[in-house]
Design a protein around this ligand. Structure first.
Ligand SMILES: CC(C)(COP(=O)(O)OP(=O)(O)OC[C@H]1O[C@@H](n2cnc3c(N)ncnc32)[C@H](O)[C@@H]1OP(=O)(O)O)[C@@H](O)C(=O)NCCC(=O)NCCS
Length: 176
């Protein structure tokens, strides 16, 4: 199991993962991958991969986003999930988003991959010089909270998140 840069090598299992996101219950949070076109990915996966990689240079991102480096967790040659390391904090990231975001594909959840993706993501953040990591989760996201605590997260505070109506739990992780 390892983190790799987005690569065309994982096309088939990545597309399977997108199908899993699309069939998730409507009550699940809307994830960007759910909106990807299977047809588009089948036709030109290389452009998709290039776009994902270009975010590390701050390209092809929403207004106000800082450069973020994306890695894919792969196991046995298959796409399992992704982690994004934001290269610096904005006020919004400090309050709500944090340095690191992660997601395990629906079909692979509950198998320990979440704990592993954050551990490996923290190593990448260390290599990128991020010695103190801000990390957050919704207060009702039980698995994510366990993952953060298992990886050394110390609760700082919980604040209302007007964007969702669900409070955010905010942690720091010493990452030297
Ligand atoms: C949160 C997420 C990454 C967890 O991934 P995962 O691979 O299922 O996590 P793990 O299997 O490593 O489980 C982590 C812990 O949560 C527990 N857990 C897993 N699913 C659970 C559930 N539905 N309810 C309660 N606890 C759960 C596990 O037992 C484990 O605890 P332990 O280490 O004490 O045994 C995954 O659910 C996901 O991608 N969710 C959508 C995106 C998201 O919420 N990302 C985090 C944003 S902050």
């Amino acid at each position: 199991m390892e983190l790799v840069e987005p690569s065309v090598e994982y096309k088939d299992s990545f597309i399977e993962a997108v199908k899993e996101y699309k069939s998730e219950a409507e009550s699940e949070p809307i994830r960007s991958y759910r909106n990807l076109s299977i047809q588009g990915l089948e036709a030109d996966f290389e452009s998709f991969v290039e776009r994902e990689r270009s975010h590390a240079e701050g390209k092809n991102q929403q207004e106000g986003y800082v450069p973020q480096t994306e890695f894919w967790l792969v196991d046995g040659g298959e796409y399992i999930g992704h982690v994004r390391v934001r290269q610096r904090l904005t006020e919004h990231l400090l309050q709500i988003g944090g340095h690191i975001g992660y997601d395990i594909r629906p079909g692979k959840r509950g198998k320990g991959y979440g704990n592993k993706i954050l551990a490996l993501g923290l190593q990448k953040a260390r290599e990128m010089g991020i010695e103190k990591v801000r990390i957050t989760c919704d207060v009702d996201n039980v698995p994510s909270r366990k993952i953060i605590e298992k990886n050394g997260g110390v609760l700082d505070s919980e604040i209302p998140n007007p964007e969702t109506g669900v409070n955010k739990a905010r942690f720091w992780i010493e990452n030297k």
